[in-house]
Write a protein that binds this ligand. Structure first.
Ligand code: P6P
Length: 336
């Protein structure tokens, strides 16, 4: 059967939905091309001199890995000249990156975690890129883009996606009408459509959480996990399995593929009050994808996509995945 490439898929989507502008189509193609370049760098590992850490720290106070900076530079370089964007924001950059005046300025804002799961780079465990597309505010015409222009709730996203650099390199994408998956054909150098309509099963018996943080969790999370561990004789009447890759893209992709619930909840430590994951370029894009695939994403109290951001790098508790299981955890938060 003739393979459908990302470009062909996007042209067909544009024909079906005029909201998918040529700017959006070419922006997604550019990001996908950048992810191909990152996948190539990642796959070289020690042979490419890309492993290990730098002396520098990012805005999160985390030691930067060489590949963090390489991936960030690839995304900046690929996306700044095309005319689709007004500005970019990244986990790896303290402030926003405005499009230089030497290039045409477009209507969209691109946010990304260029290489998520950095702690796994040096041990050859799947890592990935997460990206989110917003429309620049109409009142931004004729003035410089400011950080505040990025602070839009996740429900305003125009598109979102992630690439997973693992046994296969995959690209998972939503333009607001469902979720599709592509596999990188390394011989052709193209992203080929391999999952035409990704749907998350509404029920699950598999949870993903870093159990070493248990003593810091809020009571509803402790209560829920205790009930999962109680198994078929416990209040949830089923035996649960556990997974934790410590790469959000890998854990979320598993859930997009076979269901499950992913939890990086806020915790009671002052540092962990709002959680570890970042709202704008991790939680929001992943929540958009999960809900487009029939799942649900909350911070413990409300849908993540409804949260009004207050800072570009703000953190948030994340509980997402199979709809009925996330609704169960929401009830624990409401009743405890
Ligand atoms: P921990 C990776 O650094 C990351 O931001 C997410 O990809 C992942 O889900 C989480 O942190 C893992 O955190 O505390 O288990 O190492």
């Amino acid at each position: 059967m003739k393979q459908k490439t990302l470009s062909q898929y996007l042209v067909e989507q544009q024909r079906r939905d005029p909201a998918i502008t040529t700017e959006i189509r070419s922006l997604i193609e550019t990001v996908a091309r950048a992810c191909k370049a990152i996948a190539h760098c990642v796959s070289k590992g020690a042979l490419g001199g890309v492993l290990g850490s730098l002396e520098s720290e990012n805005v999160q106070g985390e030691v930067q890995k060489k590949l963090d900076v390489i991936s960030n530079d690839i995304l900046l370089g690929a996306n700044e000249w095309g005319g689709q964007l007004a500005a970019m924001a990244s986990e790896e950059m303290d402030t926003i990156h405005r499009i230089p005046h030497s290039y045409p300025r477009g209507d969209y804002l691109l946010l990304f975690d260029p290489l998520d799961g950095s702690s796994n780079i040096d041990v050859n465990v799947s890592i990935g890129t997460i990206f989110s597309v917003l429309r620049a505010p109409l009142d931004a015409e004729g003035r410089d883009i400011e950080e505040a222009d990025f602070l839009q709730p996740g429900k305003k996203q125009v598109a979102a996606g992630y690439a997973v650099y693992g046994p296969q390199s995959l690209l998972v994408l939503t333009l607001g009408s469902g979720v599709v998956g592509f596999t990188l054909d390394r011989e052709q150098g193209s992203w080929v459509l391999t999952q035409a309509d990704m749907r998350i099963p509404e029920d699950t018996a598999e949870f993903a959480i870093n159990m070493s943080n248990m003593r810091h969790w809020e009571p509803p999370v402790k209560h829920y996990i205790d009930d999962c561990l109680a198994g078929e004789n416990g209040p949830l009447h089923k035996n649960y399995n556990m997974r934790w890759v410590a790469s959000m893209v890998a854990d979320v992709h598993r859930i997009m593929t076979r269901g499950g619930i992913f939890m990086y909840p806020r915790d009671e430590r002052p540092s962990g009050k709002k959680g570890k994951l970042r709202l704008m370029y991790e939680a929001n894009p992943m929540s958009f994808l999960v809900e487009q695939a029939g799942g649900l994403a909350i911070d413990g109290d409300e849908r993540i996509l409804e949260v009004q951001p207050t800072g570009l790098h703000q953190r948030i508790g994340v509980i997402l995945g199979s709809k009925n299981e996330v609704e169960r955890v929401l009830r624990y938060h409401q009743e405890d």
